[in-house]
Design a protein around this ligand. Structure first.
Ligand code: SF4
Ligand code: SF4
Ligand code: SF4
Length: 258
């Protein structure tokens, strides 16, 4: 008698991204091989050639940048019982959304693709939750290996994995770091979503908000603090928009329509 395969079938998909989050997963699987006792990967372009379509959980890396991305996302949503956004590009739009705040999408396209610009169908970047319903998010650029494993365990147990809604400063204080702002260095810790263990400030680099912005951030107070740290308005906005240009653009558009 053959043993019944009770493993949960999962698939990984990539859209506009650097594929760094998928590489992090390949790396995480080296140290968490036991995950493969309970899940069966049926599609993962980064790591295998097979393309199974009978998956229950879909992990989606990358942002939506064109009409054909939407069609692919709808198909994934139709098949998967659970969709998990993988990394900043899928979660917030990430660095890809920087193009949304350039003066002209066409000029940006020509800057990137030169005289072949018209070969490429591109529209403003969107996080995948702007196109389909998403059940869980794994933030960060790239994602954290430990958080990925934790999310997989949660979804397998039927739990909806939450993400911290408090700021990076909380984790930074728990590490007893000297605040970078006191040294005049810029840091978005007060408004950025925690969960990374405040890794950047711990090693002397200001947070750039790669895990997204917390709910109800006091952005004006944050801008004042960065202004006091000596940043120009352009430098402040560059920091705000590095990973969250889509959200900043949405806020600005909403304010214009009030
Ligand atoms: S979130 Fe960062 S590491 Fe992950 S795919 Fe996007 S750019 Fe790459
Ligand atoms: S260094 Fe950054 S994250 Fe740490 S306490 Fe200061 S502002 Fe917050
Ligand atoms: S400190 Fe900020 S930029 Fe660094 S990993 Fe955490 S959220 Fe991302």
């Amino acid at each position: 008698m053959t043993k019944e395969n009770t493993k949960v079938k999962v698939a990984f998909f990539d859209f506009a991204s650097c594929e760094g989050c998928q590489l992090t997963i390949v790396d995480a699987l080296q140290t968490h091989l036991s995950l493969l006792d309970v899940v069966e990967i049926v599609q993962f372009r980064e790591a295998m050639t097979e393309k199974g379509e009978d998956y229950l959980i879909a992990f989606v890396e990358g942002s939506c940048n064109r009409k054909s991305d939407e069609e692919r996302l709808f198909k994934i949503r139709e098949q998967a019982a659970l969709v998990v956004a993988l990394g900043a590009c899928a979660h917030t739009g990430g660095v890809n959304a920087l193009k949304n705040i350039q003066p002209s999408l066409q000029e940006t396209r020509e800057y990137v693709y030169g005289d072949k610009a018209d070969w490429y169908e591109v529209y403003p970047t969107r996080p995948i939750s702007a196109v389909i319903d998403v059940d869980a998010f794994i933030p960060g650029c790239p994602i954290d290996r430990g958080e990925f494993v934790k999310v997989v365990k949660n979804v397998l147990l039927g739990k909806r994995p939450g993400i911290p809604d408090y700021p990076v400063c909380v984790e930074c204080k728990l590490k007893e770091n000297v605040c970078l702002l006191l040294e005049g260095k810029p840091c978005l810790g007060p408004i950025s979503r925690a969960g990374c263990g405040a890794i950047c400030p711990t090693y002397g680099d200001g947070c750039e908000g790669c895990r997204g912005i917390i709910p109800h951030p006091n952005e004006n107070a944050m801008k004042d603090v960065l202004d006091e740290a000596g940043l120009t308005l352009n430098e402040i906005m560059a920091r705000f928009t590095m990973y969250n240009a889509y959200q900043e653009d949405q806020i600005e558009t909403a304010e214009k329509t009030i």
